[in-house]
Design a binder for this molecule. Structure first.
Ligand SMILES: [Zn+2]
Length: 102
C-alpha cells in the first residue's frame, strides 16, 4: 500500500515535469525563461536514468519535501543556493570552488 502511494506520487510528479517541460518550451522559443524547462527536461531524463532525486553537485539525496515543492530540482538546497549565487555573481570566485571537496 505504501509503495503504491509512493508510486502514484512519483507518477504525478512526472506528469508535472512533463507539463512544465512542454509549457516552457514556448518560452524557450521566444527566447526567455529557459531555466525551469531545461531543469524539468533534465529531471525527466534523470527519472529514466534512476538518478532522480540525487543532487548533481554533492550526490546527496534531495529531501522529498523539496521535490514536492520543486519537482524539477536537480540540486539540494545548499547546492542550489550556491549555484544561484554563483550564476548571479558570475565571476570565478575561488571561495565556492574550495567548498566542493567537503
Ligand atoms: Zn547538493
Amino acid at each position: 500500500m505504501r509503495r503504491r502511494y509512493a508510486n502514484s506520487r512519483a507518477k504525478q510528479r512526472e506528469e508535472m515535469l512533463r507539463e512544465l517541460a512542454a509549457d516552457e518550451a514556448i518560452y524557450v522559443i521566444s527566447g526567455k525563461g529557459h531555466s525551469r524547462a531545461a531543469e524539468a527536461i533534465e529531471a525527466l531524463r534523470r527519472i529514466e536514468d534512476g538518478t532522480y532525486g540525487i543532487c548533481v553537485d554533492c550526490g546527496m539525496t534531495i529531501p522529498p519535501a523539496r521535490l514536492q515543492v520543486k519537482p524539477e530540482a536537480t540540486r539540494c538546497i545548499a547546492c542550489q543556493t550556491d549555484y544561484e549565487h554563483r550564476s548571479t555573481v558570475q565571476r570565478g570566485d575561488s571561495n565556492h570552488v574550495a567548498r566542493r571537496s567537503a
